[in-house]
Design a protein around this ligand. Structure first.
Ligand code: PCA
Length: 329
């Protein structure tokens, strides 16, 4: 090879390596733990969001979703993101009500039982939740509601007396309190372990959406779904603040815009699917219907007690959220 050719080749290789190094230095890969199964609509929505970010940034920020609690379990995700073990993640925030009572604003019984009310409540609460999360080193991106929560049992329930002593799977403080006030025995279990708990008799009842009943083929263990629409809890996607600050402004703006889209798309999907999930429960042999008579009254009384308790504990901040929510009606 001539000297000139050698020199040209050297320059080309040098430039390529430099280019690659520059690219590698700028490109970020974010692993995104999510707790719910890959087929769940939240996880699907999270994947669409991740792909949109990767595409819109030309791979400068690549987000890779790990569903089903495969990277971190549901109850580990928030801490993992706070401490930077994962740069981004999704969590049912009401499960952390013991850290801050405000996280339970979306699980107050019968305060916001429809998608429309849930939207308003979220609008009222969002600035405060953003602030609490920021104080915990977390930047909130978006939140999507689960369909309305109903009660799963393996027998007819005519009044709360029929639930006495039943082992009840709880997913946050509100679900545990509901069990206590009904004379049931709460046991905290992540959705990923729900089927096993039902199969082994660790739990014989729970409260959740039709989505989780469908995802977990609950008809294999339980027979009744009481569509009480107690509340619509949300899953939240948040980012470690240090990881966020490392992004340039352009990338941050792209992520924020796509997060807004993901919140809208996920909420629409939740609403569109909510009736379909219940039809699937019925199709698979479950008795699906409202709570009536004494059972309905008992639940309303429990709801009133829990509302009082949440308002007492959350003080001025809780009151401000509820007042802002009510003013929107
Ligand atoms: N499914 C989740 C939380 C709320 C819901 O509908 C669960 O049961 O864990």
């Amino acid at each position: 090879m001539s000297k000139l050719k050698n020199r040209i080749l050297g320059a080309v290789i040098g430039a390529t390596v430099m280019g690659l190094t520059a690219f590698a230095a700028q490109a970020e890969k974010w692993d995104m733990p999510m707790a719910y199964s890959d087929s769940n609509f939240h996880t699907q929505n999270g994947k669409a969001f991740a792909e949109a970010v990767t595409m819109a940034t030309g791979g400068k920020l690549e987000i890779v979703v790990h569903g089903g609690g495969s990277l971190f379990k549901g109850n580990e995700i928030k801490r993992a993101v706070q401490t930077g073990q994962a740069p981004i993640g999704e969590r049912l925030l009401s499960a952390h009500q013991n850290e801050n009572i405000l996280f339970g604003f979306d699980s107050v019984p019968f305060m916001a039982s429809s998608f429309e009310a849930s939207e308003k409540l979220w609008k009222a609460a969002r600035p405060k939740i953003e602030k609490v999360l920021l104080d915990q080193n977390l930047v909130l991106l978006y939140a999507v509601p689960w369909p309305p929560q109903g009660l799963y049992f393996k027998k007819d329930i005519n009044s709360i007396a029929d639930t006495k002593g039943v082992k009840f799977r709880a997913y946050n403080a509100a679900t545990a309190r509901l069990a206590e006030l009904s004379g049931m025995l709460p046991v905290q279990i992540e959705a990923a372990e729900l089927v096993q708990a039902l199969a082994t008799g660790v739990a014989d009842a729970f409260i959740s959406s039709g989505a989780t009943g469908y995802d977990k083929k609950v008809w294999e263990h339980l027979s009744h779904f009481y569509n009480v629409a107690a509340w619509l809890p949300r899953n939240y996607v948040f980012v470690n603040k240090d990881a966020w600050d490392k992004l340039d402004k352009d990338t941050q703006n792209v992520v924020k815009a796509l997060a807004m889209l993901a919140e809208k798309a996920g909420t629409t999907k939740s609403q569109q699917l909510s009736g379909w999930y219940l039809s699937q429960l019925a199709k698979n042999g479950m008795k699906v219907g409202p709570a009536t008579g004494q059972f309905k009254k008992d639940l309303e009384n429990i709801g009133a007690t829990m509302t009082k308790e949440w308002l007492a504990k959350s003080g001025a901040d809780g009151k401000a959220i509820v007042d802002a929510f009510k003013a929107m009606k």
